[in-house]
Design a protein around this ligand. Structure first.
Ligand code: ZN
Length: 170
């Protein structure tokens, strides 16, 4: 990830595990820690809200609404902000479901994330305005209509697979 130490510019910076970077010259240390991300399972009349990604990674594949948690933000605040930014949707009540680890490649850098899933059930079909730079299509999908291989990330595939199994068992 680094070819030079960000502190002293020496080429003696390295990482044994891709997580902790150490510079032998100045002893600069950097931890490329796991990033927290959120994913929303938004339901309406037994259908799940899926988005089609307008950009890489995973361009044209399906995803759940969500994104990275900002500095000084709670998981719930990140969800509500992302839903407002991506879909102009106001949701403030979330129920925690589970979390899954993920690997996210962006601009040549590998980010390890922990994707935290929350669900919300809507009582009526919402008015949605899609942020077209991020999302090319919006889909309300019944469990039987979802093909897991169309979903961009293994963590999200796993979360949606769990949601489908839960719908089919109740
Ligand atoms: Zn250094």
């Amino acid at each position: 990830m680094f070819t030079h130490c960000p502190h002293c510019a020496a080429t003696t910076i390295s990482s044994a595990n891709g997580h902790r970077f150490v510079c032998e010259s100045c002893h600069f240390e950097y931890f490329h820690n796991t990033a927290t991300a959120v994913a929303a399972l938004v339901q309406w009349q037994g259908k799940l809200l899926l988005t089609r990604r307008a950009r890489n990674p995973g361009k044209d594949m399906l995803d759940l609404p969500g994104g990275f948690v900002d500095h000084n933000e709670s998981l719930e605040e990140a969800l509500s902000r992302e839903l407002q930014e991506e879909l102009a949707l106001d949701i403030s009540h979330w129920r925690y479901v589970c979390s899954r680890p993920n690997t996210y490649q962006y601009n040549g850098i590998t980010y390890k994330t922990c994707d935290c899933a929350f669900e919300a059930t809507l009582s009526q079909q919402p008015d949605i305005t899609v942020a077209e730079d991020e999302i090319s299509e919006l889909i309300w999908a019944l469990p039987a209509d979802i093909r897991l291989e169309d979903i961009a990330f293994p963590s999200i595939r796993n979360l949606v697979g769990g949601w489908i199994a839960k719908q089919q068992s109740t």
